[in-house]
Design a protein around this ligand. Structure first.
Ligand SMILES: Cc1cc2nc3c(=O)[nH]c(=O)nc-3n(C[C@H](O)[C@H](O)[C@H](O)COP(=O)(O)O)c2cc1C
Length: 199
């Protein structure tokens, strides 16, 4: 059974350009099941000392509050485990990834659960998954030093064992209406090339 996890990280939720493109891609991928996690509708809390403390406390020593915190993180991880394909809508905000995505990352990177340390360095435990990233930006950054997102997202996912990651960019969305229209059309074409069924 083919399962997709669609991760929407736009502050505009379903109105975001990244979400719209992600929706179209998910439709075309025609999965048996789609899990949608919308971080604008249900924000993941920032990682703090209490939450991290719960993660690293041995299971048998966790109090009720810590068990709840870990159960929440486990649910997020379970959604990725169940998915063979992940579609990530990724806007650029203030030169970086949405803080809500960072909070989600902070809840799924768990030593002994999604990665482990070995003598040869860290090993990711979330293997065999494909990720499509639909990156939307007001300006033009792809391939430049100011693209702070692509390497970061790739490195983070690789750390967890996910190396098969494809990016599609819709850039220049704030430059002009013409630029926006052309860029969205080009992004759709790129999605079409990634997924043959995409029309
Ligand atoms: C708070 C905020 C900050 C933004 N910062 C940037 C930025 O640093 N660089 C950029 O190219 N675009 C920036 N933009 C434009 C967004 O990347 C663009 O509107 C994109 O469509 C957002 O994706 P979304 O529609 O899925 O939310 C910003 C937009 C907002 C709302």
């Amino acid at each position: 059974m083919k399962t997709i996890l669609q991760l929407n990280t736009s502050i505009l939720s379903t109105e975001g350009q990244s979400t719209r493109l992600a929706n179209e891609l998910v439709e075309q991928l025609a999965a048996d099941a789609v899990i949608v996690r919308d971080l604008a509708r249900e924000p993941v809390p920032h990682l703090d000392a209490e939450r991290f403390g719960a993660f690293i406390t041995p299971k048998e020593k966790r109090d009720d509050k810590q068990q709840q915190i870990v159960a929440y993180s486990d649910r997020l991880i379970d959604e990725i485990r169940r998915a063979d394909t992940i579609v990530l809508g990724l806007p650029m905000y203030n030169f970086g990834v949405p803080s809500m995505l960072k909070a989600w990352f902070d809840h799924i990177a768990r030593a002994g659960v999604t990665f482990r340390y070995t003598e040869k360095g860290p090993v990711g435990l979330l293997t065999g998954k494909k990720v499509y990233v639909v990156a939307t930006r007001g300006g033009l950054y792809a391939g430049t030093r100011l693209d702070t997102q692509t390497d970061y997202v790739r490195d983070f996912l690789a750390f967890l064992g996910i190396a098969d990651v494809e990016f599609v960019y819709a850039e220049g969305l704030a430059i002009s209406e013409a630029s926006k229209t052309a860029s969205l059309a080009k992004a759709r074409e790129s999605l079409h090339n990634l997924v043959p069924a995409f029309a």
